[in-house]
Design a protein around this ligand. Structure first.
Ligand code: IPM
Ligand code: MG
Length: 353
């Protein structure tokens, strides 16, 4: 029996997670689900974005299915009480340092991208983002008042060699299982932190002679992703650059509603979430795209639960519903069938057979 912690969160989180949970339940595998509040829902339930009990459940589970957190109504709370703290704390408390964000263009959706179809058709890239270090967690941080009374915001970008080495190892190994090309993204021309990043990654290349390593500055990478995205196989980068580049990469696929992610610890225990946020503007309307969450569930099957065949089955089912023409509003184009969140879930469940 595998125990799956289900943390739906806020906004569209509960709607999309419900569909992914249906898909998982339909596989007929020995899974036990337990749900707990997180984010704004945690604040409402226990005055804490990551209630003690929710953290305990996440620690005890074999894998975590996560929706999204955040809503405008919590924006005025002190930082420690804001919904986003839940996901940041989960990543850090569970040691989920390796964030895998695959961006794949389904043939049927090449026309849904804002880029020309021939620029994105056939795209299949993987962003490996470091997730527990960098300016996100570096100390010192805060908003301080200087002696002259002027306020100053402070964050610190820092990486230890060991942190760089372990994420680079994940990326080299991932590249080995794919197209064997790894691009390490840095800003070594300006930032010492990423100069060290580049040195450490370069030194590791001799251990992976079968992987072709290249380096790119982050600004150039942002440009190359929209100019010629198919040049990339695997990209490895730090927390902040990875956050930005993965949102950019998502738009190559037609919609941010299509991008799943896995956040893994050293033993492949993981948290699985769509990379889009809680989208409070469309919450409760039944129009959100559940496919990124369903594809995240497929990654969970593959990486944490050892269910490769079931993962393939779910991914094939998603491909099939797209081939059948089902589209939520975000990926809808002329001539396709516009459906809501639940109907998309229905279609995937039906495609599983
Ligand atoms: C992401 C999100 C988070 C991040 C936010 C919600 C804290 O944007 O997972 O990409 O910045 O990492
Ligand atoms: Mg982000």
């Amino acid at each position: 029996m595998s125990k799956i912690a289900v943390l739906p969160g806020d906004g569209i989180g509960p709607e999309i997670v419900a569909q992914a949970r249906r898909v998982l339940a339909r596989l007929g595998l020995p899974f036990e689900f337990e749900e707990a509040p997180v984010g704004g829902a945690g604040v409402d339930a226990a005055d804490d974005p990551l209630p003690e009990q929710t953290l305990g459940l996440a620690q005890a589970a074999d894998a975590i299915l996560f929706g999204a957190v955040g809503d405008w109504k919590y924006d005025s709370l002190p930082r420690a009480k804001r919904p986003e703290q839940a996901i940041l704390r989960l990543r850090s408390e569970l040691g989920l340092f390796a964030n895998l964000r695959p961006a794949r263009v389904y043939a049927e959706l090449a026309g849904a991208s804002s880029l020309k179809a021939d620029v994105v058709a056939g795209l299949d890239l993987l962003i490996v983002r470091e997730l527990t270090g960098d300016i996100y967690f570096g100390e010192p941080r805060g908003i301080a008042t200087r002696p002259d009374g002027e306020r100053e915001g402070i964050n610190t970008m820092r990486y230890r060699e060991g942190e760089i080495r372990r994420i680079a190892q994940v990326a080299f190994q991932a590249a080995r299982l794919r197209g064997r090309r790894l691009c390490s993204v840095d800003k070594a021309n300006v930032l010492e932190t990423t100069e060290l990043w580049k040195q450490v990654v370069s030194a590791m290349a001799t251990d992976y002679p079968d992987v072709e390593l290249s380096h790119m500055y982050v600004d150039n990478c942002a440009m190359q992703l929209v100019r010629a995205p198919k040049q990339f196989d695997v990209i490895v980068t730090g927390n902040m650059f990875g956050d930005i580049l993965s949102d950019e990469a998502s738009m190559l696929t037609g919609s941010i509603g299509m991008l799943p992610s896995a956040s893994l610890d050293a033993r492949n225990k993981g948290l699985y979430e769509p990379i889009h946020g809680s989208a409070p503007d469309i919450a409760g309307q039944g129009i959100a795209n559940p496919l990124a969450t369903i594809l995240s569930a497929a990654m969970m099957l593959r990486y944490s639960l050892g269910q490769t065949e079931a993962a393939d089955r779910v991914e094939r089912a998603v491909q099939q519903v797209l081939a059948q023409g089902y589209r939520t509003a975000d990926i809808h184009t002329a001539g396709t069938k516009k459906v809501g969140t639940v109907e998309m879930g229905d279609a995937v469940v039906a495609a599983l057979g």
